[in-house]
Design a protein around this ligand. Sequence first.
Ligand SMILES: NC(=O)c1ccc[n+]([C@@H]2O[C@H](COP(=O)([O-])OP(=O)(O)OC[C@H]3O[C@@H](n4cnc5c(N)ncnc54)[C@H](OP(=O)(O)O)[C@@H]3O)[C@@H](O)[C@H]2O)c1
Length: 343
Amino acid sequence: MEQETRQINLALIGFGHVGRAFARLLIDRRRWFLKEHGLECRITGIATRGHGTAIDHDGLPVQKILGAWKKDAGLGAFHNGPACASCADFIRQCGADILFEMSVQNMKGEPAASYIREALGAGLHVITVNKGPVATHFSQLTRLARQRDVRFLYEGTVMDGAPVFGMVRHTLPATHIHSLRGIFNSTTNYILTQMEQGAPFDAALEYTRNAGIAEADPALDLDGWDCAAKLSILIQALMGGKVKPGDIERAAISEDTGRRVRAALRRDRRLRLVARAYRQGGKVVGKVELQELEVFDPLAAIRGLSNILVMNTDTMREMAVVENDPSVEQTAYALFADLVSLL
Ligand SMILES: NC(=O)c1ccc[n+]([C@@H]2O[C@H](COP(=O)([O-])OP(=O)(O)OC[C@H]3O[C@@H](n4cnc5c(N)ncnc54)[C@H](OP(=O)(O)O)[C@@H]3O)[C@@H](O)[C@H]2O)c1
């Protein structure tokens, strides 16, 4: 007897670099879902800030929407559902089982946190790659998800699809993390390592903007805020600390940092923007600092857009996860992996 195909309805808030890469990945893995899970994933709603909103409870024609996007068309032509006056309306009307939150980050985490709250409250699972709401509203959102018996997943907020939260949750049971350190911001690491090779600051920044890697507001990368937000999520999710991004001492990088990069190089050392967290007197402390590292330090070997997390644990001692040269495809894969973990 043939197995009946189940359907799962997905809604997307944000259809930028990440949202579109995720939509392409879902199309690409359609047969895999059918074969492995007897499942069809339908996107029943997409909401944006300036490109409009579309709902269709039978499933939106995503391939056509991606084609139309290249011609800079909005979503209006694909809307075939109830009218929505706001994103809250969209969440209530989109008919989805899972909401993917992929709008732009800012330091307050809003309005993304309100969208997530609305969705969890309405009984939807939520998956996000947006650091702002996770870092600034971590306890409230995880508590709400527990109360509503739904999942709130955020693997892509740190090191894209490289397993960090899933790895600790599923493969490091009963492990206590004493401390951690790493390089978590691709934009600043790319700029620092390009300046090591003599490239100008502006050209390196421009490259990350064109590649869709820099934040919509690159100041969030350059002033260390993006890195602090990621460190705050790691501390809250993995170390049980109550550290918000604003509690984290931050260093920034600018054109002037080039002098320090070259001075470090002359001493055969490497300048990196290092995020670290450690325990002190029953609390967890987080710092984002420009550090001159010895060349044999694993963090010094992290070049370009690559990232690294090194954890010091009571079970596995020191262990590291490295992500080499990520792009938005790896961020989209984080959403995909979180989705599969819900099935
Ligand atoms: N790019 C990466 O490599 C990467 C890596 C890890 C995490 N992230 C995170 O992923 C998220 C999306 O990044 P992205 O590169 O895709 O950004 P993006 O290209 O700027 O796209 C952002 C999308 O969100 C929509 N949007 C913005 N504000 C909104 C609001 N208030 N309500 C509803 N929709 C809103 C935008 O609408 P319009 O289309 O109308 O402008 C756009 O569709 C960010 O939180 C970012 O930090 C990105």
